[in-house]
Design a protein around this ligand. Structure first.
Ligand SMILES: *[C@@H]1O[C@H](CO)[C@@H](O)[C@H](O)[C@H]1NC(C)=O
Ligand SMILES: *[C@@H]1O[C@H](CO)[C@@H](O)[C@H](O)[C@H]1NC(C)=O
Length: 345
C-alpha cells in the first residue's frame, strides 16, 4: 500500500536531482606556455604577441615603442545558457608582469561583432573603443591618462565599452606595483546571479585574497542583448614606452548555476531587451512553480515521514505491551497472613 506514494516521491526526487546538474561550458588551464602545453590549439596570438625563448611565458609586447599584442581564446564562449536563456558565471586566473611604465594590460571580453585581429592606436591596451564597439575589460593600467580620468599610473579598473572606468582602485594603496617587474596574480570572478564582477590580486606565491580589490555590477545582458558568442583575451600595448608585458599562466572556466538557483534580476529592465515583459513573467511564474513544487515535496516528505513514524509506532505500540501485560496478568500472591508473608521475605 505504501509503495505507490513512495515511488512517486522517488520519481519527484530524481526529477529534482536532475535539475541540480550543472553544465560546464568552456574551460582551460595553462600553467605555462611551453611546447608541451599545446596552447596554440586553444589560444591564438595577435600583433607582437609571442612565446618567450625559454618557452614558458607569453610576451604580449616587444621591447619597442608602439608595440601591441594579445592572446585570445579561439572558441567563442557562450555566456548565455538554458531556456529561458540566462547568463552563466565565470572565473579566470592569470599571472603577469610588466617591466616598466607603459600602457598596461587588460583582460577583455569582446562581443561577436568585434574583430579580434583589430588593433587601434587610439584605444588603450590595443583595444579599439568607439561608439559602435562594446567590450568589458579589467584594466591593469600603468599610464595616467587624463582623457580617461585615471587616478594614477598604477591602478586597476573595471570598464564597460569605455576606458573611463566604472570603478578603479589605486594599487599603491595595497602595496602592489604594476610596473615593478614583479610577477602578480589576478583572479576575476563574475557571478551571474548578482551580476557582480570581482577582481582580486596578490603577489606571486601569495594566497587568493578573501576580499575583492575592486568590484562592479556589470550586466552583460544589457550590454549585449543579442549576442551569444564572446571572445575573451589578454591585450597589451606599450604606447611610447618599451614596456614588456609577460603572461605566465592563464585559466578560465564558465559555470552554469543550477536551474532552481536562478535569482530574479535586481533590475527588471534586463529582460525587456528582447522578449519584453513576457520573459520576465515567464521567469516569475517558473520560479513560483518551482517554489510550489518544492513546498509540495516538503509537505509530502513530511507526511511520508509521519506515516512511517505512525506505522513504526503502531508496530511497537502493539508489541511492547505484550511483556508488561504478562506480568499484569500474572496473579499476585494474595497474602492473607501478614506474619507468614514477612517470614517468606
Ligand atoms: C595612491 O596611494 C598611494 C599610497 O597610499 C598614495 O601615496 C597616493 O597619493 C595615492 N594616489 C591617489 C591618486 O589617490
Ligand atoms: C609619450 O611620451 C610623451 C613624452 O614623454 C608623454 O607626454 C606622453 O604622455 C606619452 N604617451 C604615452 C601614451 O605613453
Amino acid at each position: 500500500m505504501a509503495s505507490i506514494p513512495t515511488s512517486r516521491y522517488f520519481i519527484t526526487l530524481i526529477f529534482i536531482a536532475l535539475n541540480f546538474k550543472s553544465l560546464y561550458g568552456s574551460s582551460f588551464y595553462f600553467k605555462n606556455f611551453g611546447k608541451d602545453s599545446n596552447f596554440s590549439s586553444i589560444l591564438a596570438l595577435y600583433g607582437d604577441a609571442n612565446v618567450t625563448s625559454d618557452g614558458l611565458s607569453l610576451q604580449l609586447t616587444k621591447d619597442l615603442s608602439s608595440s601591441v599584442g594579445r592572446v585570445i581564446y579561439k572558441d567563442p564562449i557562450k555566456f548565455y545558457a538554458g531556456v529561458p536563456k540566462k547568463m552563466v558565471s565565470f572565473s579566470t586566473f592569470f599571472e603577469f608582469s610588466m617591466s616598466k611604465s607603459g600602457e598596461g594590460l587588460a583582460f577583455v571580453v569582446l562581443g561577436d561583432g568585434y574583430d579580434v585581429d583589430r588593433f587601434d592606436d587610439n584605444g588603450s591596451f590595443g583595444v579599439a573603443s568607439g561608439d559602435e564597439l562594446k567590450f568589458v575589460s579589467v584594466e591593469f593600467d600603468t599610464f595616467m591618462d587624463d582623457k580617461y580620468g585615471d587616478v594614477n599610473g598604477n591602478h586597476v579598473g573595471i570598464d564597460v565599452s569605455s576606458f573611463v572606468s566604472l570603478k578603479a582602485v589605486n594599487l599603491s594603496r595595497v602595496g602592489l606595483g604594476l610596473d615593478s617587474g614583479d610577477r602578480l596574480q589576478v583572479w576575476i570572478d563574475y557571478e551571474a546571479g548578482s551580476r557582480r564582477l570581482e577582481v582580486r590580486m596578490s603577489k606571486f606565491g601569495e594566497n587568493r585574497p578573501v576580499d575583492p580589490l575592486v568590484f562592479a555590477r556589470v550586466d552583460f545582458s544589457r550590454i549585449w542583448p543579442e549576442n551569444e558568442g564572446f571572445h575573451i583575451g589578454l591585450s597589451s600595448a606599450n604606447g611610447n614606452s618599451s614596456q614588456l608585458c609577460n603572461v605566465y599562466s592563464w585559466s578560465f572556466k564558465t559555470r552554469e548555476a543550477p536551474d532552481w538557483m536562478h535569482s530574479e534580476p535586481l533590475d527588471p529592465i534586463v529582460y525587456k531587451d528582447r522578449e519584453g515583459n513576457e520573459i520576465q513573467n515567464h521567469k516569475k511564474s517558473d520560479c513560483v512553480l518551482r517554489i510550489l513544487s518544492a513546498l509540495i515535496l516538503g509537505i509530502g516528505l513530511g507526511a511520508l515521514g509521519s506515516f512511517i513514524g505512525l506505522f513504526m509506532w503502531t508496530i511497537f505500540a502493539n508489541r511492547r505491551p505484550v511483556a508488561p501485560e504478562e506480568y499484569a496478568v500474572k496473579p499476585k500472591p494474595v497474602v492473607h497472613d501478614k506474619a507468614l508473608a514477612n517470614e517468606k521475605l
